[in-house]
Design a binder for this molecule. Structure first.
Ligand code: MSP
Length: 549
């Protein structure tokens, strides 16, 4: 990623000179981050929420690094998949989309605390006019021609499938060709279509992957994309005539735009393409977070489309793995989808966010299990973090009348904590820049473990029994309290609610300022919370969950 750490946006090159600790990957100090836009054929499951949370953590982290951020999410509403679902439910597709957006997709963002700046729907007028402008430009510039086509189509993927993703069906679909991802029969389509001359961009794409090794990440995704393009690119069918739920092709309204060509353009139309050139100039190019199933669209088709239009390709495309159930991608169509509120109703949004970001290596597949969620919730959140917070505030209340005590002379054990907080924060910064969210959280958690170990070793309850040890007791509790302040800042992008409660309980909002304004770069700077700051009542951060939950 290309954001710059620090309290104000700075130019990467200069910043690197004055602050060598921070890795800056581009000269821009802004971040325009996107999630994929979600199909509205059904309500979200935790796989969709996973993409949203990961993107949100990256954006919130970058904001606290001082980057100028813009965070986009939205819905993908055209195409056969939505049309068929709406028809099966006896309503018009727009009516169906309106209902799903209002009742399921927008509420998901509140449910898991997503801090998006904009929400685009492909049925928005700003999008439809932008798509038509883009198409017209490509047509006028000779990148589009008409032809005839026959191929196997997967409505689940909304894609003519490449040979590598066509497999023999089994069970009810024995003898049929099915999609490798959806395990459902493919449909043979034969139509007159318009085509985008994508094959013409093969060499430029290979050069892009070569010259910018961090364009597609992680490395496994990059290798897959390169191998795919090296096999040879075909031209892309970009219109359909057999149904009309889509954006009309501007020069021939008997065709509608292919749903993926339409959907990818959301990243431009939301950023002002076609109506606000200044906004576009400020935001573009974007960094895209996508699931690995839609990597090819973002790392091959999308940059080729942008090249044809004479626009910059994205900054990065990062493909994460899948949440698996029984070894397969969790999906509603396979009836393995779990609704996000099944988890948040019991564990809360913070635990949801923490669990998926911590337990699954970002970039790889991971299996969800209720047992693992429950075990981590209790061990890491309730006992590890929650208990650390409540006993520290409790001891400050009990021994110092609810104020942060004075820090006296630091002993080796205390400076070890100060140093560990600094090194953990620096490691987390580097790991987030490489999209290694799970590693960054593990680094921050070293602070939780170290503070718990420090309390056990320093035995403040023993010091409290000896009057002459009062200054030492103050130093110990001041050290842990400062550690908690640093933890609130570093964990805020992951657990916005719990850290806000902690921040208020520390009296830090009054003494220092709003939590969201605290920078990652300054998180480890010691003694920010003045001695004498009055602490406030602490609500329970992670309540115990009954076994049957
Ligand atoms: N509409 C397209 C994207 C268009 S972007 C221009 C689409 N929509 S989707 O609703 O099917 O998927 C949206 C995102 O959710 C994708 O990144 C996909 O990988 C992700 N996930 C869907 N199921 C998932 C899991 N089981 N696990 C992790 N992510 C999953 O594709």
């Amino acid at each position: 990623m290309h954001f710059v750490s620090g309290s104000t946006p700075r130019v990467g090159y200069i910043h690197r000179l004055i602050c060598p600790r921070i890795v800056v990957m581009s000269s821009r100090s802004s971040l325009y981050l996107t999630t994929p836009i979600f199909y509205v054929n059904d309500a979200p499951h935790i796989g969709h929420a996973y993409t949203e949370v990961a993107s949100d953590v990256l954006v919130r982290w970058s904001r606290q690094c001082g980057a100028d951020t813009w965070f986009l999410t939205g819905t993908d509403e055209h195409g056969q998949k939505i049309l068929r679902t709406a028809s099966a439910n006896g309503v018009a597709p727009k009516e169906w989309a309106d209902k799903l957006v209002a009742e399921s997709w927008k509420p998901l963002l509140d449910l898991i605390n997503i801090s998006n700046d904009d929400f685009i729907r492909t049925t928005d007028e700003r999008h439809e006019t932008g798509v038509q402008k883009f198409l017209q430009k490509l047509y006028d510039d000779g990148h589009i021609y008409d032809g005839e086509f026959e191929a196997l189509y997967c409505v689940g993927c909304e894609e003519f499938k490449p040979k590598s993703e066509i497999v023999d069906g089994s069970g009810a679909f024995e003898g049929e060709k099915v999609c490798k991802i959806h395990s459902k029969p493919l449909e043979l389509l034969q139509e007159k279509n318009y085509f985008f001359k994508m094959s013409a961009f093969q060499d430029r794409l290979l050069k892009l992957y070569e010259e910018r090794p961090d364009f597609v990440q992680p490395a496994s995704a990059r290798n897959e994309v390169i191998a795919f393009v090296q096999q040879g690119l075909e031209d892309l069918s970009i219109s359909r005539t057999s149904f009309d739920w889509g954006i009309p092709i501007p020069w021939n309204s008997s065709h509608v735009t292919y749903v993926w060509f339409d959907a990818l353009l959301n990243y431009l139309t939301a950023a002002g393409y076609g109506n606000d050139p200044e906004k576009l100039e400020r935001l573009w190019p974007a960094t895209h977070i996508v699931g690995k199933d839609i990597l090819r669209f973002h790392a091959v088709i999308w940059p080729a489309m942008l090249m044809a239009a004479g626009l910059s390709v994205p900054e990065h495309v990062y493909a994460h793995g899948w949440l698996l159930v029984g070894g397969e991608k969790m999906s509603k169509s396979k009836l393995t989808g779990i609704a996000p509120n099944e988890i948040t109703d019991t564990f809360g949004a913070d635990a949801f966010r923490y669990y998926f970001m911590r337990a699954i290596n970002f970039g790889q597949d991971g299996s969800f299990s209720w047992e693992d969620l429950r075990a981590r919730y209790h061990a890491e959140l309730a006992n590890g973090f929650g208990n650390l917070v409540s006993r520290t505030i409790g001891m400050n209340n009990k021994y110092f009348g609810g104020v942060k005590p004075e820090q006296g002379e630091l002993l080796a054990a205390d400076t070890a904590i100060v140093d560990l907080v600094a090194s953990a924060a620096a490691k987390a910064e580097e790991q987030m820049l490489k999209f290694q969210i799970h590693e960054a959280i593990a680094s921050i958690w070293e602070i939780v473990d170290a503070l718990n170990g420090y309390i056990t070793e320093q035995e403040p309850w023993v010091l409290a029994k000896q009057e002459e040890q009062l200054p030492r007791l103050g130093t110990v509790l001041a050290t842990v309290t400062e550690g908690l302040r640093a933890l609130a800042v570093l964990l805020h992008p992951v657990m916005p609610d719990a850290t806000e409660k902690l921040w208020i309980a520390l009296g830090a909002d009054q003494a220092i300022g709003a939590l969201a304004d605290q920078t990652i770069a300054e998180a480890a700077t010691w003694n920010q919370l003045p001695a004498g700051t009055e602490l406030q009542p602490l609500p329970v951060l992670f309540p115990r969950i009954e076994e049957e939950a």
